[in-house]
Design a protein around this ligand. Structure first.
Ligand code: PRX
Length: 665
């Protein structure tokens, strides 16, 4: 027998079947979708496309697949903003709330579908007036305010592709992305509220345009915070002034199913960001289908909340396009979870403020589905259960997670403290490149296991393979997708070779996602993170995610990051960085106990050589742990590029701890 591709140590045998009550009313309550899609996946997606979307012209061919290029729903014509807005208004649902929006300072707006349509049409006319035409690209660099989805939908109304740039990014990121896409316009705001104060945006656009991005002719600026901005004569224009003069008559233009809908740049830690391309008909079909079935959306009753930022693909697919296509009511929140409403901010010191804003919002709006990231859940664990316990969260029906592997203990914490042991948890695996969910439970069908994303969704097919590309029936391997799916990326903007190299060259005829995973005896998939994060300890390939889960399994641990540091004897040695749950004091004996716990859980091979008890971990702005930096610290190297870090001071603190009090052999 050859060596396993990735070891499989972590055993989890708790299971959670959907309750009879949930199944009774579930959008999907049996295996029929799986059966239909296995029988004929093209026919399955064609049915979803016709049932969930309104087409101006029906498609004649479901799929054209010239590996690695897919076209879906050929010949079909439709408009995304029509599907998100007009058709609901035309059907008599204009008064339904599309977004309950809440600003961080506590200002609120209720925006109905009719109002959203009105604003989108007016802004689409503004775009036309500024000379934008079908096929052009527009950059959007905004806070989480209603004008952000308005701007995106206005683009789709006239066939302009948007490229949303996350509001936390620097001028350099704006330059790179605008230059690569040759964007003609940037839509921004003076600032957005974050952690209690305005966080400036327009100045970053100014800095970017001083240095490059010469394709940009105009900048449209929303006045969100009333901060001072410099408006360049002839170039910069106020949103409110343009909108005041703009007509709300703007018919939605039917687009080809394969019309470019948007670019979204994924930032690798070093390489140039890739402009991931998504198109119209296939993308909208898969996000509408997955949003409806995986969150079990009943649009008449539900108040759905995806607490991500629209700057990431999660926000594109599950704050804007999925929920609006399905005509449901969403919550949208501008700020951070640790910024309470002003009346509840006790004193000047942020550290004393309550951290219950999310639970306050869930209670006030009666949120039924909550979708957030494991990193957020582990932060809530660190803060403790008192905040959620102080609120009535009984409205919640389904909980979702995305972005990283969720450790079983974090899953259990979510289940117990937020879901009151009464909400199915959907752990959704997907990527910017996949556009929509790929692996996830269906809440009314799947018996879940804490920490497992369970199975591919109906109509999506994955296989784990070993180093040689042979299928792995059980144990660890590389996650590949074997068939095209409707919302798959159509390429990398302007770099076809990179598209083929990055995703299609590792294993013949398969999309390689770059993630490791394992499959258990019941056929459940367990995502293990990026394959770059697999360690090699004395010839054993151990996934960081497994050791992290074992660390978080200890009752004092809230969050953990594990890296493999070069070691003379074992090749790599496992080094753990651990954040304790609220109420625990760091001590040598606790560190020792935590290391021993990993050995008990996974076996002695996986016991970390050292565990550092740290106050925080270095993360990207989307919340992913930057293991590369931790490896640099562990190996005593100078830090490489830290520009993608959310908070650069964290690493210095970790370095101090790491040089003073390691819990090691
Ligand atoms: O490593 C996987 C991880 O996030 C990567 C995709 O990141 P991004 O393109 O930024 O999109 C994030 C939102 C979809 C994946 O390659 N990832 C995402 N969801 C999960 C996950 N890892 C484990 N479990 C998940 N549910």
């Amino acid at each position: 027998m050859s060596e396993p591709t990735i070891e499989d140590y972590y055993v989890e045998d708790r299971t959670f079947p959907p309750s009879a009550d949930f199944v009774k009313n579930a959008v999907v309550a049996d295996r029929s979708h799986y059966e239909e899609a296995t029988e004929d996946y093209e026919a399955f997606w064609a049915r979803q496309a016709r049932e969930l979307l309104t087409w101006d012209e029906d498609f004649h061919t479901t799929l054209e697949w010239n590996l690695p290029y897919a076209k879906w729903f050929l010949g079909g014509k439709l408009n995304v903003s029509y599907n998100c807005l007009d058709r609901h208004v035309n059907a008599g649902y204009g008064e339904r709330i599309a977004y309950f929006w809440e600003g961080e300072p506590g200002d609120t707006r209720e925006i109905s579908y009719a109002e959203l349509l009105d604003e989108v049409s007016r802004f689409a006319n503004v775009l036309k007036q500024l000379g934008l035409q079908k096929g052009d690209r527009v950059a959007i660099y905004m806070p989480m305010i209603p004008e952000l989805p308005v701007a995106m939908l206005a683009c789709t109304r006239i066939g302009v592709a948007h490229s949303v740039i996350f509001g936390g990014f620097s001028p350099d990121a704006i330059i790179d992305r605008c230059e690569d896409a040759e964007a003609k316009l940037i839509i921004t705001a003076d600032a957005g509220y974050r952690r209690g104060v305005p966080s400036a945006l327009k100045v970053n656009v100014d800095a970017a345009l001083d240095q490059g991005a010469s394709s940009v002719r105009h900048v449209v600026v929303v006045n969100r915070c009333d901060t001072e901005v410099v408006m360049a004569e002839g170039r910069d224009l106020w949103w409110h002034e343009l909108m005041a003069d703009s007509s709300s008559e703007c018919p939605a233009e039917p687009m080809d199913s394969e019309q470019l809908l948007y670019l979204l740049y994924t930032s690798g830690t070093t390489a140039k960001p890739k402009g991931i391309m998504h198109t119209t008909g296939g993308y909208l079909t898969q996000v509408a289908y997955t949003h409806k079935t995986i969150f079990d959306i009943k649009r008449e009753e539900d108040v759905y909340w995806c607490a991500a930022d629209i700057g990431w693909v999660t926000g594109h697919s599950y704050i804007v396009y999925g929920p609006l296509t399905n005509g449901c009511t969403s919550v949208m929140y501008e700020g951070t979870p640790d910024t309470p409403l002003p009346e509840f901010r006790s004193g000047e010191d942020r550290a004393d403020w309550s951290k219950d804003r999310l639970w306050d919002i869930v209670e006030r709006y009666g949120v039924t589905q909550l979708y957030t990231a494991p990193t957020a859940i582990r932060t809530f664990m660190k803060w403790g259960a008192a905040d959620p316990k102080a609120h009535n969260l009984n409205s919640l029906r389904v909980l979702g997670t995305v972005g990283e592997p969720i450790n079983p203990e974090a899953w259990m914490w979510y289940h117990e403290n937020i879901g009151n042991e009464n909400c199915p948890i959907v752990d959704t695996w997907w990527q910017t490149e996949t556009g929509g969910h790929m692996i996830s439970p269906l809440p009314g069908v799947t018996t879940t296991k804490p920490g497992s994303a369970c199975h591919t969704i109906p109509g999506v097919f994955a296989e784990l393979v070993d180093d040689d590309g042979n299928p792995v029936e059980q144990g660890g391997g590389y996650l590949t997708i074997t068939h095209p799916w409707p919302s798959m990326l159509r390429g990398i903007w302007g770099d076809d070779e990179r598209y083929r190299d990055t995703y299609w060259s590792t294993y013949e005829n398969r999309y390689f996602a770059g993630d490791g995973a394992k499959i258990d005896g019941d056929g459940y998939l367990w995502l293990l993170g990026r394959v770059d994060d697999v360690m090699n300890v004395s010839g054993h390939r151990i996934a960081t995610a497994e050791v992290e889960s074992a660390l978080v399994d200890h009752s004092s641990v809230a969050e953990a990051a594990v890296v493999g540091a070069t070691d003379e004897i074992t090749g790599q040695a496992i080094i753990g960085y651990v954040i304790l749950r609220g109420g625990n004091e760091p001590s040598e004996s606790l560190g020792e106990e935590i290391r021993a716990h990993v050995a008990t859980k996974l076996g002695p091979m996986a016991r970390p050589k050292a565990v550092f008890l740290v106050p925080d971990l270095p993360k990207t702005r989307s919340g992913k742990i930057m293991r590369r930096l931790l490896r640099d610290v562990a190996e005593g190297r100078d830090l490489g590029d830290t520009t993608t870090l959310a908070d650069a001071s964290v690493v210095a603190e970790i370095r101090d701890r790491a040089s003073s009090d390691p819990q090691e052999d």
